[in-house]
Design a protein. Structure first.
Length: 281
């Protein structure tokens, strides 16, 4: 008996054992960018979570847990995913300065011992690469490697979300080559799952999934107004080789979050077409 058993059990809560796939909702945006639409107040948070019980996992920040811990209690409840990092990359207000430190910084919000004690199934951490200052990239590699090692000791799964530090400077940061580079680095560091941005098409994304042997969850990005668009992104992700999706705004900002989750589960786990999923709804 060792921590590998704990990680296997926790991953089994997050990834459906029947399909090896997952539909995860990210609801932790506030720790990075302030109150997001749909989760601005305590009442909005509680209302949104009351409609997300069919997700395979839901990600929150450490401070949200005391408010929401009952949401995770009981058989058939979503896996508890913890947003382990704070970052100031890409923030729209009080953006990082341009004095040589404009590429953003990150910080870990909790120890892995406290994470395990809280019953967390998986943590998510960012991995930024491509900084002009190579010391920043080195620090990111070392930080993520330490998190993976610390999580392994306590049996907690790790989701790494790799990103380019130069995303704001042009579309090259979302090229197949860049995504393949940082997804493979994440897997080789020891990520149990890799969350990654979508780069536009099944053809462009398939090589990314093929060369990253860790299961990939596709990020949702902005959205939530168009149910069909959300389901199409999930279907394209699965077709390209992803193991599921990790959508936030596309779920909690949707007019019908429960219906969107039902559709995402149908597309991800049952392999139905987008049109069929919409018809079921």
């Amino acid at each position: 008996m060792d921590s590998r058993t704990g990680k296997k059990i926790r991953l089994g809560r997050l990834l459906d054992p029947r399909t090896g796939r997952a539909v995860v909702v990210a609801a932790s945006h506030g720790v990075m960018s302030g109150p997001p639409a749909g989760l601005r107040t305590r009442a909005e948070i509680e209302t949104a979570f009351s409609k997300m019980g069919t997700a395979d996992g839901v990600m929150v920040s450490p401070g949200m847990l005391p408010l929401l811990e009952d949401f995770y209690v009981g058989r058939g409840r979503p896996a508890l995913v913890l947003h382990l990092d704070w970052k100031n990359h890409g923030r729209k207000i009080y953006t990082p300065g341009q004095d040589g430190r404009g590429e953003g910084v990150l910080a870990q919000l909790a120890s892995l011992e406290d994470v395990a004690a809280a019953g967390v199934d998986a943590v998510m951490t960012y991995l930024y690469i491509g900084q002009r200052n190579s010391e920043l990239e080195r620090a990111e590699i070392e930080r993520n490697a330490r998190i993976v090692a610390d999580a392994a000791k306590v049996g907690v799964a790790v989701i790494i979300e790799p990103r380019s530090a130069l995303e704001a400077e042009g579309p090259e940061a979302l090229s197949t080559e860049v995504l393949s580079l940082y997804c493979r680095i994440s897997a080789d560091i020891g990520a149990d799952l890799v969350k990654v941005l979508w780069n536009g098409s099944v053809e462009a994304f398939a090589p990314v999934a093929q060369t990253c042997y860790a299961p990939i969850l596709v990020a949702g990005g902005p959205g939530g107004e168009d149910e069909k668009d959300t389901l199409q992104l999930a279907a394209d992700s699965i077709e390209a080789g992803a193991a599921g999706v990790m959508f936030g705004r596309r779920v909690f900002r949707a007019e019908r979050p429960e219906a969107v989750l039902a559709g995402l589960r149908a597309v991800t786990h049952d392999g139905v077409s987008v049109d069929e999923a919409l018809a079921r709804l």
